[in-house]
Design a protein around this ligand. Structure first.
Ligand code: SF4
Ligand code: SF4
Length: 374
């Protein structure tokens, strides 16, 4: 698939892609690191939201500012920033999420001498009326701050147009995942993972055209017979920075049929209303979509969602891929695991780093887990 090749080129080198986009389109590039970044408002300002995924380099400069027991994602992004690789960024925004990102925001403000810096202090607890009101106020404040930083005016109509495009992209990604769930292997896991990541990197109009082509190609494919006997798996965690894990799973006789990831369902689930106050509509989606462990809702919300994903996908098992030193996900793991066990869904815990690591150990553990499922 030519479209997928283009996607992999972008995902393998997002910085070169973003620099080129900036040169060719003149768009301002705004970095962010989390699915709680209000991308629709950045896009409505005529700027380009670019999700940063960390570095594949050795961490050296960042160690002067962050303890080595901070997650490798945050250390990697800071490494790239301090090394000057992100100098092209016109701004960086930090939604209020885990403690590590909040401290990164402070360190960034004091040590990264380029681009503007904005915090978006969203509420932590998401299931109260006051949280909903506060969320709308914070997003409106962000809209004003962004207008000042970029010297533009962002109208309600601009935001509505962006919402329509984001809704189309999110529905498209959901469609691809549905096609794969119903016909596992119709797209391999590494391609699917790259497809979601590219949605956070590429010019969104260009991406939407590519995504439509991918959907059309997948709909024309027949049934993938060889995958029907494969063990059906869900991946759960923050972001999956180990695309090769999908090959390991597929080689071992498994197939990923769903996920509970920030580079997966947490990114594309939930549509935004296209009528009424557009900022309130963006806030509403944040309050209704599946919650991440850096936010709080009903104490069973994450477990209920994960068990539902596993059941709906007829999964044989769940693989937790936790980034080392990611406290929010580590704290949630025991209770998620318990909820799966109560539903007789087996699971495996893998601790991973953002930087490339030896696949052999992961392979052995995944193979052993799949054997227990057969
Ligand atoms: S786990 Fe939560 S805080 Fe971390 S990137 Fe995902 S949405 Fe953001
Ligand atoms: S949620 Fe976890 S992985 Fe994401 S930035 Fe925070 S500590 Fe790192």
């Amino acid at each position: 698939m030519q479209a997928i090749k283009e996607i992999h080129d972008v995902v393998n080198d997002p910085i070169t892609y973003a620099r080129r986009l900036q040169e060719q389109s003149g768009k301002k590039i705004i970095g962010y690191m989390c699915t709680y970044a209000p991308e629709e408002i950045i896009h409505a300002a005529g700027a380009h939201p670019l999700r940063l995924f960390g570095s594949s380099k050795n961490i050296l400069l960042a160690d002067g500012h962050l303890q080595t027991y901070c997650c490798s994602l945050v250390r990697g992004v800071l490494e790239d920033a301090l090394a000057g690789d992100l100098k092209f960024l016109d701004g960086m925004i930090f939604p209020h999420t885990c403690d590590t990102v909040q401290r990164l925001s402070d360190i960034w403000r004091l040590n990264v001498p380029y681009g503007f810096h904005l915090d978006v202090v969203l509420p932590v607890k998401l299931d109260t009326k006051s949280a909903a009101d506060y969320m709308v106020d914070v997003l409106n404040l962000f809209r004003n701050d962004l207008e000042k930083s970029l010297q533009v005016r962002i109208t309600d109509d601009d935001i509505r147009k962006s919402i329509v495009l984001y809704n189309e992209i999110r529905s498209g990604l959901e469609k691809v995942h549905e096609l794969n769930k119903n016909n596992p292997g119709i797209i391999n896991g590494k391609d699917l993972s790259a497809l979601v990541r590219a949605a956070m990197i590429m010019d969104r109009n260009d991406y939407w055209k590519i995504l439509q082509n991918v959907i059309a190609e997948l709909e024309n494919k027949g049934v993938i017979a060889k995958a029907t006997k494969a063990r059906r798996l869900i991946i759960s965690g923050g972001l999956c920075s180990q695309p090769d894990i999908y090959h390991v799973i597929e080689d071992a006789g498994g197939v990923v049929v769903g996920d509970d990831l920030c580079t997966g369902s947490r990114y594309y689930q939930g549509r935004i209303k296209t009528t009424g106050d557009p900022v309130a509509a963006i806030a509403e989606r944040y309050l209704q979509r599946p919650v991440c462990p850096a936010k709080h809702m009903d104490k069973n919300a994450r477990a209920t969602n994960l068990v539902k994903i596993a059941r709906d996908s007829k999964a044989d098992g769940v693989i937790f891929m936790l980034l080392k030193f990611c406290d929010p996900h580590a704290f949630d793991y025991p209770y998620l695991n318990e909820a799966l066990a109560a539903d007789s869904i087996p699971s495996l815990l893998l601790e991973v780093e953002d930087q490339p690591q030896a696949q052999s150990q992961l392979k052995t553990r995944i193979e052993a887990f799949l054997e227990t499922l057969s």
